[in-house]
Write a protein that binds this ligand. Structure first.
Ligand SMILES: Cc1cc2nc3c(=O)[nH]c(=O)nc-3n(C[C@H](O)[C@H](O)[C@H](O)COP(=O)(O)O)c2cc1C
Length: 437
């Protein structure tokens, strides 16, 4: 499956981030302004650090688009790092000549933090495992790529997926559901989607948001950080994306992998999620009300979050992600030094966010959209956007029609009269008599 496959490149303080997206159908309208909207949303959010004031992310389209339309060839995007100008020596791509190497050594000796190699590994970050794995004695080589700056490239790619899904009537958004134990109360979620998106924490419940902001302020005052939960919702998905026939064709599995691949996400749930484990089945499962107008199947609730058997069931997709607290603390935890192996009083600190739940939600939207685009193309694949629309329309018409009533024993007219009956039963019909998996 290659559609909407993407690969990112680039370091946090390097010249730029890049992403190549393969398998985007031809004929999709795409502009840099469109991508900039999602990039801007990733940068906002109460609790983010000073880096966001430096960067004004904008993706340049460098390939795969002509006169505003995709060509079916790989789409190449780059997002330049404005902060690069402060790191040209420390993050130089080419080998350092003697003069530059000496300048860096002197700068480090004089206490320049950027120039000083990082050896005091941060608990909760990729520092220790990454440095040992790749054989580095300067943790900067790890943190530059493990940093979530890379997620700007994912969000740029996600915006391309959004443009594609939108043509098919599929809309994806997210909101902050919880910060530091303060949760949205659905009864107080009075803000519209646009209002929530514009609010400091992208939160639909104003009262909960105020309390969440207080938790972030508390963390800031204490030199600490705080996590939370985001929720991603997708509307307009056709029934039948994904499959139950193989583990790797289940959409829930692919979405869980995509969302937990986001640096900082430590758990994922669909719909009612873990709460289902505390209830009886009668209060969990979504009663199927029947076929409604236009052949739409209606469930009386959506506790499954729009997925049953790894397949979309026509209800909105609801995915929630658990965001751990940021691991770079202004009041650093004790740790150890990579070179000496001895404990140190304080782990490394550099400019950092305090809480990133709204931003993580935007990254999760991107990962969900890229995954959905892949599954849409697997099912309705075409080389042009029009092909995909035609295939999807034909499929929607097919599933809106009532199936032929079944005949017990199957279609006898095609059977060889010498063969055993199609039902294969030898005695009493035991169907449904036992438990199964
Ligand atoms: C949008 C976003 C911003 C982040 N900002 C920071 C940050 O400023 N400082 C930090 O230590 N971690 C930050 N993180 C989290 C780290 O990138 C992440 O914890 C680290 O790569 C280790 O990966 P893990 O948390 O999955 O184990 C951020 C994550 C996201 C999604």
């Amino acid at each position: 499956m290659t559609a909407f496959r993407f690969l990112t490149a680039g370091e946090s303080h390097g010249p730029a981030l890049g992403v190549t997206i393969e398998g985007v159908p031809a004929g999709l309208a795409l502009t840099e302004d469109l991508i900039a909207e999602d990039l801007g949303r990733r940068q906002r959010g109460y609790g983010r650090g000073a880096r966001q004031a430096i960067e004004h992310d904008r993706a340049e389209i460098l390939g795969g688009v002509r006169h505003g339309l995709t060509l079916g060839s790989p789409v190449l995007l780059i997002v330049r790092n404005s902060d690069w100008e402060n790191w040209t020596q420390v993050m130089a791509v080419g080998p350092l000549d003697d003069v530059d190497a000496e300048a860096l050594r002197v700068a480090a000796e004089e206490g320049n933090k950027r120039a000083t190699p990082v050896t005091r590994v941060r608990p909760g970050h990729a520092d220790l495992a990454g440095a040992l794995k790749y054989g580095f004695n300067d943790v900067r080589n790890v943190l530059e790529r493990a940093s979530a700056r890379e997620t700007a490239a994912r969000v740029a790619a996600g915006a391309v997926a959004r443009a594609f899904l939108r043509v098919l009537g599929i809309e994806v958004w997210s909101f902050t559901a919880e910060v530091g134990g303060v949760a949205v109360d659905p009864a107080n979620a009075t803000r519209s989607r646009a209002e929530a998106d514009a609010s400091p924490l992208r939160c639909p419940d104003p009262a909960a948001e105020t309390a969440m902001i207080a938790r972030i302020d508390e963390a800031r005052t204490n030199g600490d950080t705080v996590g939370g939960v985001f929720e991603v919702v997708a509307h307009g998905l056709p029934i039948g994306l994904g499959s139950y026939v193989h583990w790797d064709r289940r959409l829930d599995g692919a979405l869980a992998a995509a969302v937990t691949s986001i640096n900082i996400v430590k758990g994922v749930e669909f719909g009612m999620g873990f709460e289902q484990t505390r209830r009886f089945g009668s209060t969990v499962h979504d009663v199927i009300a029947g076929r409604g107008d236009g052949g739409r199947w209606i469930h009386r609730s959506n506790n499954a979050g729009g997925l049953t058997g790894g397949v979309t069931n026509g209800e909105p997709l609801v995915v929630r992600g658990a965001v751990k607290p940021i691991s770079t603390l202004a009041r650093p935890l004790p740790s150890a030094d990579l070179i000496t192996g001895e404990s140190v009083e304080k782990a490394h600190y550099e400019r950092s966010d305090i809480s990133v739940v709204p931003a993580a939600g935007v990254v999760a939207e991107a990962m969900v959209m890229l995954t959905l685009a892949r599954f849409v193309l697997e099912k309705f694949g075409g080389d042009t956007v029009d092909d995909v629309v035609t295939n999807l329309d034909a499929y929607r018409a097919r599933i809106a029609r009532p199936p032929e009533p079944p005949v017990a024993g199957g279609r006898r007219e095609v059977q060889d009269p010498g063969e055993a009956p199609a039902h294969g039963l030898t005695g009493t019909d035991e169907a449904g008599s036992g438990g199964d998996d």
